[in-house]
Design a protein around this ligand. Sequence first.
Ligand code: ZN
Length: 201
Amino acid sequence: MHAPVAPAVHGLDFETMNAARFVRDATYDGVFFIAVKTTGIYCRPVCRVRQPLTRNISFYPSAAACEKAGYRPCLKCRPESAPFCPAWNGTRTTVERACRLIDDGALDGDGTVEALASRCGVGARHLARLFQQHLGASPVAVAQTRRVQRAMKMIAHTQMPMTDIAHQAGFASLRRFNEVIAARYGRSPTALRKLRPHSVT
Ligand SMILES: [Zn+2]
């Protein structure tokens, strides 16, 4: 289920991130995510749930990387509420630009990684390498995570029909939307809506 080695996390060392999560340092919100081996759940550094033991956690540089490693998003801190692809160290200009374009739907519908890469002035393979290096996941995986995140916000905060949410979030079909949400959260979109929305302050 879990990747044997977690990717590097923006040049941050384990102790720095571990200290940050114990004080729930909002500076790091969106910069790293905490995956808990014993529960299979991943959280934001600001999560209010009881702190897991240090020996049970790994850190990842993106929600997409946590999901690639087999973890599910926490329903308390809601990783979809974390900043998406935050600026960090000022060295990720291309990745940040690509993230903004993905956020705007560049990989939804007919969008391709090639077209995205050329809009960022690099080749598709180079963009894939940069994503791996900085986010620990491919552009396609990041786009999928973003679709799920958009959908989760609408599920929690609107009464929109699921068909509309699937479409607006960028999914190709309602069926695909249902499949992806069930795989990520282990529940249907309708079951997720019945849970009370949480916010983290
Ligand atoms: Zn959490």
